[in-house]
Design a protein. Structure first.
Length: 301
C-alpha cells in the first residue's frame, strides 16, 4: 500500500468470491440483464467500434451481449483472475482496472458491466480508461449505485445496534450518480451522460437474498468487514427486521439494485462544444414570451 493510498476493498477476497461464483455457475440474472441493456445502447450509435475492451469478462457474459453489435471486429476480455475468463477465450487478459496495461489510444470502445463499483481508485481508473480510448472512442459502463441493497444495509445496522451495541459494514459504499458525472468530467471525458435504473427483485427471506448475492460474487469484500461469523441471534433479528420493515402482504421481501450507466466519449475535434459565454444571438426572454428583468429585481405581485 503506497503512502496516501486509500484502500476500501479487499481485491483478493473479491476475486475469490467471483471465481467461486463462476465455478459454481452462480446467479447471473442481474449481470446478464445489465450487460444486455448496456449492449443495446450500441444500436443507437451509427458509428462502428472495430477494437473493443470488455472490462470484466465474468465468464464471457459481457462478450456474448456485445456479439454482432457495434461493428466490433476484435474484442479483448480483461479480468483480475484467470478463473474469471471464459474457457477457450481467444483474446483474454489478466489485469486490474486500476493498472491498465494498454498503450494510449488502444480501443474504440470500452464496455464494463458491474465491475467498476469495486474499484478502490475510481477517479484514477476512469482517467486510465479515457487514455486507453482513441479520440472519439466510447465508454459504456454500468455499476451498482448508492441505493443498492438499502433494505439489507439498514436491517443489519439496526439489528447489530440493538443486540451488539455497535455495527460493522455489511454492504459496500457505492457512488451516487451525480458524483459519477463529476468524476467523468475530471477524467477528461467529453459529452458525459449518467442515468440510473432501479431494479427490484423479491425473495422468500433475507437468507435467500444473501445466498443469491454469494452466487453472484457480490458478497462483502470490504477491508474493514467483520472477519468472524455474524452471531446467529443477530442474523435472525436482521431477517426479522427486514420482513417487518419491507415485507409484502404475500410474505416476500424486496431487494433494490440501482444500476448506474455511464456514457462518455474521449475528446475529439469533431464533437459538439458549448458556445462561449455572451455569444448567444437570441434572448431567452423572447423565446419564453416573458419580460427580462435585471438580476436582483423582484417581480410584482
Amino acid at each position: 500500500m503506497a503512502e496516501g493510498e486509500i484502500l476500501i476493498f479487499d481485491r483478493r477476497a473479491l476475486r475469490r468470491h467471483r471465481e467461486r461464483a463462476v465455478r459454481q455457475g452462480g446467479a447471473q440474472f442481474l449481470l446478464e440483464e445489465t450487460a444486455e441493456r448496456l449492449a443495446q445502447r450500441l444500436e443507437d450509435v451509427t458509428r462502428r467500434f472495430p477494437r473493443a475492451l470488455a472490462l470484466g469478462a465474468r465468464g464471457g457474459v459481457l462478450a456474448r451481449a456485445l456479439a454482432d453489435r457495434g461493428g466490433i471486429e476484435c474484442l479483448i476480455e480483461m479480468e483480475e483472475g484467470p478463473g474469471l475468463l471464459p474457457a477457450g477465450a481467444r483474446c483474454g487478459l489478466v489485469a486490474e482496472a486500476e493498472a491498465l496495461p494498454f498503450a494510449p489510444g488502444s480501443f474504440d470502445l470500452v464496455a464494463s458491466a458491474l465491475t467498476l463499483h469495486w474499484t478502490n481508485d475510481l477517479p484514477g481508473a476512469l482517467l486510465q480508461l479515457r487514455r486507453t480510448l482513441r479520440p472519439d472512442g466510447l465508454l459504456l459502463a454500468a455499476l451498482l449505485g448508492g441505493e443498492t441493497l438499502g433494505e439489507l444495509r439498514n436491517a443489519f445496522l439496526e439489528a447489530e445496534l440493538e443486540l451488539e451495541g455497535g455495527a460493522s459494514p455489511h454492504v459496500s459504499p457505492m457512488a451516487d450518480g451525480r458524483d459519477l458525472a463529476g468524476l467523468l468530467q475530471r477524467a477528461g471525458f467529453a459529452l458525459p451522460v449518467v442515468d440510473s435504473d432501479r431494479l427490484t427483485v423479491t425473495y422468500a427471506d433475507a437468507f435467500a437474498l444473501m445466498a443469491d448475492l454469494r452466487a453472484m460474487g457480490e458478497t462483502n469484500a470490504l477491508r474493514e468487514r467483520r472477519r468472524g461469523f455474524t452471531r446467529r441471534a443477530t442474523l435472525l433479528r436482521m431477517a426479522e427486521l427486514y420482513r417487518e420493515r419491507h415485507g409484502s402482504a404475500v410474505g416476500r421481501i424486496p431487494a433494490s439494485f440501482e444500476i448506474v450507466t455511464l456514457t462518455a466519449w474521449a475528446p475529439h475535434a469533431s464533437q459538439p462544444k458549448p458556445l462561449a459565454p455572451g455569444s448567444a444571438v437570441a434572448r431567452l426572454a423572447d423565446a419564453l414570451g416573458t419580460q427580462e428583468r435585471p438580476a436582483g429585481e423582484k417581480t410584482g405581485r
